[in-house]
Each structure stands twice: as structure tokens, then as C-alpha cells.
Ligand binder design. Structure first.
Ligand code: ADP
Ligand code: MG
Length: 702
């Protein structure tokens, strides 16, 4: 059987007509024979085990019963209509209930016949029943079940309506597999199979769908997970290598006057060890003649901006322009201020371009950019508009990448006529290593895992709303010491109105507790005009106000070393990474800083765990790990745009070890045979080509 056979349209499978093919397309994304084979069961039931009716409770998963139908009747009218069968064994009675297909099902149910009933108990009005069970009359074939584990397939209402419940799908898979007569193309090379100790594709498919034993099922699952992750890694690594091979980059060979002058005369402190290491990695990249594609991870405040600035200076030293893109206007402004201050003495021209740059200013800016008078451009998305043309862009920095889609990244490349500019993506949302391997597997990764010296670890405290007065007292103490405070309220799109009300109520109670003229308070939120916002930010930054009330949308971007307290209101409503990010806004000076997590008195266990995690650790990577375990990777910022995460069987959270191993073996394979041209690797090359053809997302990233 060949790969082509697997590409046969599903409608040609016996038992599938155009109508079933249509729901299979729409509900499960199944278009071909091959697709059907990868509709993997999501659980298995032990069909040798029978429960007694007296043992049933609503918290059991799928169960099997053996007994007889006592009575069948239709109850209720119109939308309440349901078919109820009383089912009994020697220990008791239970109701079986159907809401759809009533007359058809009714005609098939025979009283006083022995049935095997299979379904999931449910509780309704305090009584246990089994909705929509599968019914099998007991006969010689099923009274002694040969295979203990039966697959349960994902199904939907629409599929069920076409007879494709779990069992229906199982029958199609069976039909397909018997048509293939045990011959399945093996996409992995013999060497990989041997090294990773994997079972064959044939055994894997047979045992994933019709497990002969739990042990063989395990082997099948492992093999299929490995295969899935292995091809993702192969693809990412080949993409990265082909970029390195084919895409030439500007060789920034020299570290020149600007960099040296900055380093010797301007830089007010020593670089941390981590900053030095990362600069070395970047210099190796940009000096290599290949294009740099590097991801820089580091907690808020770890000094990424500085690394970005020095990288841009190297571009300038080599007579190229540089730009840096931030996700919000406030952050762009802040970069502009910090960087302008730093490079004032160097005589280079730095400009800012954001959504609020006026048309006149913009025009002037465009011209100066095209002529090369502007050396460094900072800004927001406005920077990637087509009108913005550089003279010779050599270095692009993207700050807080999780806000930028892959497509935007690609647009920046096109900003340079000859070679694409070097690209450095910075993120303060630490990504667990294994996830990064998959999400950013085509990038090289640098990590700043060390904070500048002298920082005191932020003390994090969890307080319930009931102890608010105590918290106010603490805030007053801190203000007396001359410190400043952020109070941040959640602002979430879905509940924006209510959230604004909370914000304004909170602001009011703070102004009552901290009256003028003794206290000055700033407030910023998204509904303010940007000049008013800016004014308020500046008042706080200059120390004219002691408290800054804001929403998370504002991203409290100002770098105020004197701010030592971060009060996070309704902290239970924030995600873990977001809380960690917000907390990073304090602890920038030499004084002890505090983060106070204010929550409702009643907390879900998930919320409690989030609070406990933050109180326990400041380590962004540890927090990212917990976050991922709590939320699953699909919800993590930045992962939505990644098609690579649509996995059929592997689980990016739980299968970290397999990811790592798959990457290792993929690296080794490509090291020996970079283009998979060697005959023993030919099936892998074919498989990769097929995957590339079918995964739109797979070709998009490049
Ligand atoms: P990030 O961009 O990673 O959030 P920044 O580059 O904004 O961090 O740095 C945070 C603060 O730490 C800034 O005030 C910066 O000047 C300062 N800083 C950066 N590197 C060092 C260093 N090596 N030693 C002391 N302070 C540093
Ligand atoms: Mg930053």
C-alpha cells in the first residue's frame, strides 16, 4: 500500500457516502483515508469489565452493564420528549434515556432480551441515568470479548446524527484498516526506529485503534507521538538551516566607534554575565554573513533593552540603520526616552514613530528615514506600514514578540532591498524550554537568566479584600518613606463596562483614603486621550504623584525606580504570566519592593495555586511552567498563531521529554544528511513533503 492510497478521498471508503464525507470533513477535518487513520481515540474502555447496577454512581466514566430491558416508554412533549427504558440486572434498576432518534431507537429495543449496555452515567434530578447508551444484544461473539481495550473516538452531535458516534467511527477505521491488509507505509528510517526503540507504523496503527494489550497500546502511543514531534522538529530545523544556508545577511564585521564609545563612556554600569554572554551570541550571528534570527528571553527588568541598544549600535557602526518595534505606544515612548538619553552624547539621530505621530511630522520622518539621516527608528506597528521606507535597514528588534504575529515578522523582512535585516525578538514572557523548541524551533534562542546586581528580590504577599485597611496602612508607611505605588485593576474586553466601574470605584476609595493635598494620585486608563495619559504618566515618573492607579491594558510601562509597591486588585482574574509581568514593574531600584495580590475571599483552587506560586517564586521560567500546566498551551500568549501546536496525539505539556528527544534525533539526522537525500532517509523526505503540502501553517512561517 502506498502513500498515494492514503490520499484517496474519504468518500471512496466503503460505508462513507457524500453526506458522511461532508460531516467527516467539517467536524473532524477528515478528507482522506490517511486523515481517518489519524483520528486517534482519546480514551479506551475495558470491555471485559462489567459493572453491577448497584455500583453505578454519576462520577464514573464510561461503564458496561449486562441485563434486560423491563419497559420502554416515551415521555414529555415536543422539546422535552425523551425515550426512557428501564434496565435491570440482579442488583437493581437504572433508566436509559434518549433524546434524539427516538422512534428509530424504540423500534430496535427488545424487552426481555439480554443486552450489553455501554455509556456514561449522568445525574438528573438527583437520580442516576445513562443518556444515549450503546446497546448490543448479547450473543456468542461479544459475550466473551477478545480485546479488552476498546477505543473511544471523538464524535459530535452532527456526526452522531449520521450514525458516526464513537462506534460508527471505529467501524470505518476497521474497514479502512482491513482494506489495507496490514501494509502501511513506514515514514521513519530504520535507523530512527532502532535508535529510539520504536514499534513499526503498522503495529502502531493497529494497536492505537485496536489495542491487543495495554503494553502494546503504550508502545503505539509513544511511537506515534514521537513521529509527530519528530517531523515538526525536522521541519523547523530544516527551515532554520535553509535560512542559514540560503539567506545571506549583512556581515557586521566590526564593532566600531559608537559601540566602543557607548561601552566605555556612556554605560553607567557593568553588563551582567548574562548580558555579556548574549551580546557575544549576537555578535557571532551578525558577524557570520548569515541572517540572524534570534529570540531573546529574559524577565522584565533583566536588561534586554540595553542588549537591543548595543546590537543597534553595531548596525550603525557598520553604516546601517536599525529599528525597534514595541507593542504599545507607551512602551515605544519609553524606549525612545531611555534610548535618547543613553545615546545623546553619541551624535546619532533617533526618531519615534507611533499612531499619534502627526501627518506633517510623519512626512518629514519618512523623508529623513529614506535619505538615511535617521539612524534609529523606534515605534509601534506604525513602523511596518508600507509607506515607511528605510535607506538601509540592517537590524530589527521586536520587543515583546507575543503581540506580533508571524506575518508581521515577515513584513519586516521585506523592508530591506537586498538582504533581510538581522532580527532579534525579545520577550519577557518566559516560555518553557520544550514549548520554545516547538514554537520558535526555527529561531536561535538566547536567555538572560540573571538580574542586574543589587536588586532585592520582590516580596510578594497575598491579601484578601477583607484586610484592605491593613494594606492601605502599609501603603501609607511606604509613602512616608518617600516611595511610590502602583495600583492596578484588571480590564478585560468581555467585561469592560463593569471593569471600568471597578476601576473608578477603586480610584474613588483611594482618593478618600489618601486625600489631597497630603497625597497626589495619578490615574491612567484606555479611555483617556493620549496626551492626558502621557501627562499623568510623567507626573508619576517625576515623583509628583505617589500613587498611580491604572489598568493592566496600560501595561504600566514607565520605568520608575522609586516605585516599590505593586498592588494588584482582583489578582485572581489575571493570568499567572501577566501577574508576573506586572510585578516586574517594581523592584527596579535598590529599595525593598513589594507586590500585594489582592483577591476575593473565596478563591477557586486554581486561583489559589496561582497566588501561591507567585508568593513562592520570582523565577519567570518556573512560573511559565506552572502557567502552562494550569492552562494548557493553547491559551498561552503567542501560541494561538502557531499551527505547529495542532497536534494529533502528542501533548506539548506532558510530552516535553519526547519533544526533547525528537529534537535531538532530528538534529543528529540532519547533521549527517542535511537535505535528507540519502536513500535510507528517502521515506522521511517523502513524509515531510506530504506534511508540508497539507499543513498550510507549515509553509507560512518562512
Ligand atoms: P528589560 O527590557 O529586560 O525589561 P531593561 O533593559 O529595561 O530591562 O532594564 C531594566 C533596568 O535595569 C533599566 O533601568 C536598566 O537601565 C537597568 N539595567 C540594565 N542592565 C543593567 C546592568 N547590567 N546593571 C545595572 N542596571 C542595569
Ligand atoms: Mg523591556
Amino acid at each position: 500500500m502506498s502513500l498515494q492510497y492514503l490520499e484517496t478521498a474519504i468518500t471512496y471508503l466503503k460505508g462513507v457516502g457524500p453526506k458522511r464525507a461532508d460531516v467527516l470533513n467539517k467536524e473532524l477535518g477528515v478528507y482522506t483515508f490517511g486523515d481517518l487513520l489519524t483520528v486517534y481515540p482519546f480514551r479506551y474502555v475495558d470491555r471485559t469489565k462489567f459493572y453491577k447496577i448497584s455500583e453505578i454512581s454519576s462520577d464514573l466514566p464510561f461503564i458496561q452493564l449486562k441485563g434486560k430491558i423491563v419497559s420502554v416508554e416515551t415521555l414529555g412533549k415536543v422539546r422535552q420528549k425523551r425515550l426512557v427504558a428501564l434496565f435491570k440486572d440482579d442488583t437493581g434498576m437504572v433508566e436509559l434515556v434518549w433524546f434524539r432518534g427516538i422512534s428509530w431507537i424504540k423500534s430496535g429495543l427488545k424487552p426481555n432480551t439480554e443486552y450489553i449496555v455501554f455509556g456514561r452515567p449522568n445525574i438528573y434530578n438527583g437520580k442516576v441515568n445513562i443518556p444515549h447508551p450503546e446497546m448490543d444484544p448479547v450473543n456468542a461473539k461479544n459475550s466473551t470479548t477478545a480485546s479488552a481495550l476498546q477505543a473511544v473516538y471523538p464524535s459530535t452531535e452532527k456526526l452522531t446524527a449520521k450514525g458516526l458516534n464513537s462506534r460508527g467511527i471505529g467501524l470505518l477505521v476497521k474497514e479502512l484498516m482491513s482494506g489495507m491488509q496490514g501494509t502501511f507505509p513506514e515514514p521513519l528510517s530504520d535507523e530512527i526506529l532502532k535508535t529510539a526503540n520504536l514499534c513499526s507504523k503498522r503495529d502502531a496503527l493497529i494497536n492505537i485503534h485496536f489495542p491487543k494489550s495495554p503494553n502494546l497500546l503504550n508502545k503505539a502511543q509513544y511511537r506515534l507521538k514521537f513521529e509527530e514531534l519528530f517531523f515538526i522538529q525536522l521541519r523547523l530545523l530544516m527551515l532554520r538551516d535553509s535560512q542559514k544556508r540560503n539567506i545571506r545577511g549583512f556581515p557586521f564585521l566590526k564593532v566600531g566607534d559608537l559601540f566602543n564609545q557607548f561601552y566605555k563612556d556612556v554605560l553607567p554600569f557593568d553588563l551582567t554575565g548574562a548580558q555579556k554572554r548574549v551580546m557575544k551570541e549576537i555578535r557571532e550571528d551578525i558577524g557570520s554573513g548569515k541572517q540572524m534570527n534570534r529570540l531573546l528571553q529574559g524577565d522584565v527588568g533583566s536588561g534586554k533593552t540595553l542588549v537591543a541598544l548595543m546590537s543597534m549600535l553595531i548596525a550603525l557602526d557598520n553604516r546601517y540603520q536599525a529599528c525597534m518595534m514595541a507593542p504599545t505606544e507607551i512602551l515605544a515612548n519609553q524606549h525612545y526616552q531611555t534610548i535618547s538619553q543613553f545615546v545623546d552624547a553619541l551624535g546619532i539621530r533617533v526618531a519615534l514613530l507611533t499612531g499619534s505621530t502627526t501627518a506633517a511630522k510623519r512626512k518629514e520622518l519618512h523623508a529623513a528615514l529614506e535619505s538615511g539621516e535617521i539612524n534609529v527608528l523606534l515605534g509601534t506597528h506604525a513602523l511596518i506600514e508600507d509607506k515607511v521606507k528605510f535607506n538601509n535597514l540592517g537590524m530589527v528588534i521586536i520587543d515583546e514578540q507575543h503581540r506580533f504575529g508571524v506575518a508581521q515578522r515577515a513584513r519586516l523582512w521585506k523592508k530591506s532591498e537586498n538582504n533581510p535585516p538581522h532580527i532579534l525578538i525579545m520577550t519577557a514572557t518566559p516560555i518553557p524550554r520544550t514549548l520554545a523548541m516547538t514554537l520558535y524551533g526555527d529561531l536561535d534562542v538566547s536567555v538572560i537568566d540573571e538580574l542586574p546586581p543589587g536588586r532585592k528580590e520582590i516580596k510578594t504577599i497575598h491579601r484578601y479584600d477583607t484586610s484592605r485597611l491593613k494594606v492601605f496602612g502599609f501603603m501609607k508607611e511606604q509613602i512616608k518613606k518617600g516611595r511610590q505605588i502602583y495600583v492596578v485593576y484588571p480590564l478585560i474586553q468581555e467585561s469592560e463596562k463593569l471593569d471600568y466601574k471597578d476601576l473608578m470605584d477603586g480610584y474613588e476609595s483611594i482618593t478618600r483614603e489618601f486625600p489631597i493635598p497630603e497625597y497626589q494620585i495619578s490615574i491612567v486608563h484606555g479611555k483617556m486621550k493620549s496626551d492626558v495619559k502621557e501627562f499623568e504618566m510623567q507626573r508619576f515618573a517625576r515623583g509628583k504623584t505617589q500613587i498611580m492607579v491604572a489598568t493592566n491594558v496600560i501595561e504600566v510601562g514607565v520605568d520608575v525606580a522609586n516605585a516599590t509597591v505593586m498592588v494588584l486588585e482582583s489578582a485572581e482574574r489575571f493570568g499567572l504570566s501577566q501577574l508576573h509581568q506586572l510585578r516586574g514593574r517594581v523592584g527596579r531600584g535598590a529599595d525593598q519592593s513589594y507586590c500585594i495580590l489582592m483577591t476575593d475571599d473565596k478563591l477557586s483552587s486554581n486561583s489559589k495555586l496561582r497566588m501561591e506560586t507567585l508568593v513562592r517564586t520570582n523565577d519567570g521560567f518556573e512560573i511559565a511552567d506552572v502557567d502552562m500546566k494550569l492552562r494548557g498551551p493553547g491559551d498561552l500568549e503567542g501560541t494561538q498563531q502557531s499551527g505547529t501546536l495542532e497536534l494529533k496525539i502528542a501533548d506539548i505539556v506532558r510530552d516535553g521529554q519526547i519533544i526533547q528527544y525528537a529534537r535531538e534525533l532530528a538534529t543528529k539526522t540532519l547533521h549527517e544528511d542535511p537535505l535528507l537525500k540519502a536513500p535510507p532517509n528517502s521515506n522521511m523526505a517523502v513524509q515531510l513533503a506530504t506534511l508540508n503540502k497539507y499543513h498550510k501553517d507549515w509553509s507560512q512561517i518562512s
